[in-house]
Write a protein that binds this ligand. Structure first.
Ligand code: FPP
Length: 261
């Protein structure tokens, strides 16, 4: 793997740049091909304002829309957003149903812009448990955008990294049982083929908002060598400038993939 040392400014100097200058710097260097985001802090954002938690999720959708546009503009090829985890079912039922309907409505509302911008939508996660109308909306949008060749927007919905690995194991076990492959033929490439993210390269950069230092069962296989950027900003306050700052931070990193510089 080629090693790369990217010329860059220290983090504090990046943060003091004007928006336009920051963006120009980001665009002057290679941008990450795949950015994954754990959009955390919606609940706290709402509670800090004396609002119901779901008000934070509604604001979170606006932030997600702005970040998808910014990712498209800066030339990111794959953007994965963690919208609903397999653990989120344990939240109060009103919050769960709001998150379901927010996804359903957002997909409907955003479809024309996704098409206009040549964005392909891909949902990763288990369909089982997701209300039928949401599943149908997802299937329609995925089919409608399947031929688009610009940004791939992966929405992790009813997603769990361990579920994904369990499902991959089951799929591979079935292939062995059917005599299609021998156990010793199972290698990293075959595991990758069996993941929900099949055909999507591993994330180069994982951003987590709201300051929590956890990966929360997100893309466990795929983030083996991903660069992590944690920002204290709560998700509804996260905007294009924050994305640019995270990319600029990534561009300062030396990726060694287990090697030496
Ligand atoms: C974490 O904040 C966020 C979520 C569980 C859901 C993220 C969902 C959105 C941004 C809206 C859905 C987006 C689309 C496009 C459908 P939290 O509730 O855990 O916040 P907290 O840690 O402050 O409680």
């Amino acid at each position: 793997m080629a090693l790369q040392r990217l010329p860059s400014l220290p983090t504090e100097e990046l943060a003091s740049l004007e928006d336009a200058e920051l963006l120009a710097r980001v665009k002057a260097l290679p941008v990450p091909r795949h950015v994954a985001v754990i959009m955390d802090g919606n609940g706290r954002w709402a509670v800090q304002r004396g609002l119901n938690r779901v008000a934070g999720h509604r604001e979170g959708v606006k932030a997600a829309r702005a970040v998808v546009r910014a990712a498209h503009e800066v030339g990111i090829r794959f953007l994965t957003l963690y919208a609903f985890s397999s653990e989120n079912w344990s939240r109060p039922s009103f919050e769960v149903s709001t998150l379901m309907s927010l996804l359903e409505r957002s997909i409907d509302q955003e479809l024309p812009e996704l098409q206009a911008k040549n964005v392909r939508l891909k949902i990763i996660g288990r369909a089982q448990g997701v209300p039928r109308s949401v599943r149908e909306g997802i299937a329609r949008a995925e089919a409608a955008t399947a031929g688009n060749t610009g940004l791939t927007l992966c929405m992790a919905f009813n997603y769990g990294g361990r579920d994904e690995l369990v499902d991959a194991c089951r799929a591979l076990a079935c292939q062995v049982q059917a005599g299609e492959i021998r156990p010793e033929e199972i290698d990293e490439a075959r595991v990758e083929q069996a993941l929900y993210t099949q055909g999507v390269p591993d994330p180069d950069l994982l951003i987590r908002t709201s300051g929590e230092m956890r990966v929360s069962n997100f893309l466990l296989w795929q983030i083996a060598y991903t660069e992590l950027v944690v920002t204290p900003t709560l998700w509804p306050d996260f905007g294009p400038r924050d994305l640019h700052l995270a990319i600029a931070e990534y561009q300062r990193r030396e990726r060694r993939f287990g090697g030496v510089s």
